[in-house]
Ligand binder design. Structure first.
Ligand SMILES: Cc1ncc(COP(=O)(O)O)c(C=O)c1O
Length: 376
């Protein structure tokens, strides 16, 4: 018999295992005493899930022996109310927003098509594109990690099918203005290029209305935007996210997805949390006080160079501390703190780490532990 790799699709040969933050289970292993672990590696709301979401799960356990609503009608309606000026037919739900990245490339990429991806950014755009037979052209960001949109636009050629943009960008925390985004979408539209915008972190900005392109999906049929319940609502393990686009695009992608991709408990939890205004208010208060607190605290530690951020996480250059991200990660684990070593991000080397912004006590503990790890 031939080797399995010869029997597999050619694309499979190039795929590598995923590396992401939030690997708490790997760290904890059998030692559940370690479960005091403070996870600064996954960029999730430090409040944890809304109590309304947890109650909804408890009250709806009886639904488990039933299939979920195929169309998730109620939840789509709730999302359309939450966003405003968007109809349920503009929405598709995903098993995490990750599922939608893969669905998108499966629906639109043909073998040999090219995608443009700024670098560094979230790795799943590349993986999904390769899996669907696409070729990836990375666009280097400026030295301060800002994105040059003219550089992106100048790379469009007859093979270009998709431009991926993460706004704000993971792991750099940089953002493109609405005007810049509109310019990209407009020019791409004229050239039959699709624009995939990942807004998974945009809701951590209280005035995100002035950045999002979500209300433009009916105007631009080449636009697809994802958001998630993973980050802002901390429903991480339930796996639920959504995509917004014109109705024709939503229909195309929905026809391609597997049925019942959203489990029934994720659906009820999402429904409960999306109307919890108190929860969002508290989240904004935490971000308002903790972002400057953590940023300034990091800046005061010799050897650390944090980058200003629009998101709920901070990228830090640790080169001058003269140790690698993986060594610092190892040392912080002695304090039960998990951080993201960023060496797996293309475009970064082993001297970058990323930490999420958490509550005051937790941020204070991180700063103290960093000082001890580096200088005691
Ligand atoms: C930028 C970005 N997009 C998408 C995702 C995937 O999120 P989800 O849990 O919704 O699949 C992540 C997760 O880390 C992310 O950082």
């Amino acid at each position: 018999m031939k080797s399995l790799i010869e029997l597999a699709q050619p694309e499979v040969r190039f795929l590598k295992p995923c590396i992401h933050g939030g690997e708490v289970w790997e760290v904890v292993k059998e030692d559940f005493n370690r479960f005091k672990i403070l996870d600064f590696s996954a960029n999730v709301n430090p409040l944890g899930p809304s109590p309304l979401a947890l109650n909804a799960i408890k009250e709806n356990l009886w639904r488990i022996p039933y299939y979920p609503d195929l169309n998730a009608t109620q939840l789509k309606l709730a999302i359309s109310n939450y966003i405003g000026n968007i109809e349920p037919e503009n929405i598709i739900l995903g098993n995490g927003s990750t599922e939608l990245i893969y669905l998108f490339t499966d629906v639109f990429l043909k073998r040999g098509n090219e995608v443009l991806i700024p670098q560094p950014t979230f790795s799943e755009y590349e993986r999904a594109s390769l899996k669907s037979g696409g070729r990836v052209k990375f666009i280097k960001t400026n030295n301060d990690f800002t994105i040059d949109i003219n550089k992106i636009l100048s790379e469009i050629n007859s093979k270009t099918k998709i431009i991926f943009l993460c706004n704000p960008n993971n792991p750099t925390g940089k953002i493109l203005s609405k005007k810049e985004m509109e310019k990209i979408v407009n020019e791409a539209y004229d050239k039959n290029v699709l624009v995939f915008i990942d807004e998974d972190f945009i809701e951590f900005i209280p005035n995100c209305e002035s950045y999002t392109l979500i209300k433009m999906v009916n105007q631009f049929s080449n636009l697809f935007i994802i958001r998630s319940f993973t980050k802002i609502f901390a429903l991480t393990g339930l796996r639920i996210g959504y995509g917004i686009a014109c109705k024709e695009m939503i229909k195309l992608i929905s026809n391609f997805k597997i049925p019942w991709n959203i489990n029934i408990l994720a659906e009820v939890a999402a429904l409960a949390t999306i109307s919890d205004n108190q929860y969002l208010k508290k989240t904004y208060e935490i971000m308002k006080s903790e972002k400057p607190y953590l940023y300034k605290g990091l800046k005061r530690i010799h050897g650390l160079k944090p980058y200003p951020t629009y998101a709920n996480f901070i990228l830090i250059d640790i080169r001058e501390a003269e140790l690698t991200g993986s060594e610092l990660k190892k040392r912080l684990l002695n304090y039960n703190i998990l951080i993201r070593d960023c060496k797996s991000f293309k475009g970064l080397d082993e001297y970058y780490i990323r930490v999420s912004i958490r509550t005051r006590d937790e941020n204070k503990f991180l700063l103290e532990s960093l000082r001890k790890c580096l200088y005691e």
